[in-house]
Design a protein around this ligand. Structure first.
Ligand SMILES: [Zn+2]
Length: 313
């Protein structure tokens, strides 16, 4: 089956490159969210060409105070196969603003395609659509469906895209998994990044500098929290990701390429103390932002419990 799919995909190469180039040439810069209509026109045309039904949802523009354009966004939903379970292919067609308009003139050099969005993620959209087309053209029967979800606004929080779909119960329905063709280092990962955002306020007890032993220094108590977070960082950056096999998809080379990886997470912590440390100091505040993987979300609760100093309650 793999051989057959590979051969089918190889026969699409020229067409897929041309399609990706055409997508890149549409300047869907976000913010503010331009040329969305032109882009979904091309995407729907492609889906119609390969015989896939689709639903196009027009999403109203955000409020005037938003940095987004006043134009609507468009979510494109399609699927292939039958059955209850759905493996989602999910991607976005907006790109971060170009440095130079010439970035919207795609070109191939040394076997690589260049242009704004060639990596993130118009080539991914073309690849996912091409994969569905290959499965369809090869006559493969799936145990379930592939759901295709293509959205705008990913670069700015998903307001006219995933956020809208989630709010309306249209994101990930009956889903057993989701594959996104976001750029990585060229490997298939079995998880996605998430984030912890914390705003921690630790209360102290003010006291005169001469009677400091009668007070509780909020900053010192916050160090307890900070140390727990640093321990946690150390723990998750050395933790292997669980291997999770995608058993319902007839793409064995994808399964084979899911490798055990050690997470390489970037972390940034912002520290701010709202007050001084002597007789005026009664609180210490801390803001924390960390990208992390899904399996650590349960650990977050334990971490917070552990780091709660008695005086912060
Ligand atoms: Zn992206």
């Amino acid at each position: 089956m793999e051989e057959m799919l590979r051969a089918t995909l190889a026969s699409y190469e020229e067409d897929l490159v041309a399609f990706t180039k055409a997508l890149i040439a549409i300047p869907t810069e976000n913010p503010p969210g331009l040329a969305y209509h032109a882009c979904v026109d091309l995407l729907t045309q492609k889906l119609a060409e390969i015989g896939l039904d689709y639903t196009l949802l027009e999403v109203p523009a955000p409020t005037a105070s938003s940095p987004s354009s006043g134009d609507p966004g468009y979510c494109l939903l399609s699927s292939y196969g039958t059955g209850e379970d759905i493996l989602y292919f999910h991607g976005h067609y907006d790109v971060v603003p170009a440095v130079d308009p010439a970035q919207f003139q795609p070109y191939v050099q040394g076997g690589k395609l260049f242009g704004r969005g060639s990596s993130d993620m118009k080539s991914g959209l073309a690849a996912m659509i091409g994969a569905i087309q290959a499965i369809k053209d090869s006559g493969i029967t799936l145990r379930g469906k592939i759901g295709l979800t293509i959205v705008p606004d990913e670069e700015t929080g998903g307001q006219r895209g995933s956020h809208y779909l989630a709010e309306h119960g249209l994101l990930g329905r009956q889903g057993i998994g989701m594959l996104t063709a976001e750029p990585t280092g060229g490997v298939v990962w079995n998880a996605n990044r998430g984030a912890i955002s914390l705003r921690v306020r630790v209360k102290g007890k003010p006291a005169h500098v001469g009677l400091h032993y009668q007070g509780v220094n909020a900053f010192e108590q916050m160090v307890t929290v900070a140390n727990a977070l640093l321990d946690y960082k150390c723990q998750i950056t050395t933790e292997p990701i669980l291997i999770w096999f995608l058993q319902t998809v007839p793409l064995p080379w994808i399964v084979a390429s899911i490798l055990r990886k050690t997470s390489q997470l970037r972390s940034r912590a912002y520290w701010s103390c709202s007050t001084g440390l002597s007789n005026r100091g009664s609180t210490s505040q801390w803001r924390f932002f960390k990208r992390l993987l899904p399996q650590v979300s349960a650990q977050r609760t334990r971490l917070l419990r552990r780091s709660r100093a008695p005086s912060s309650r």
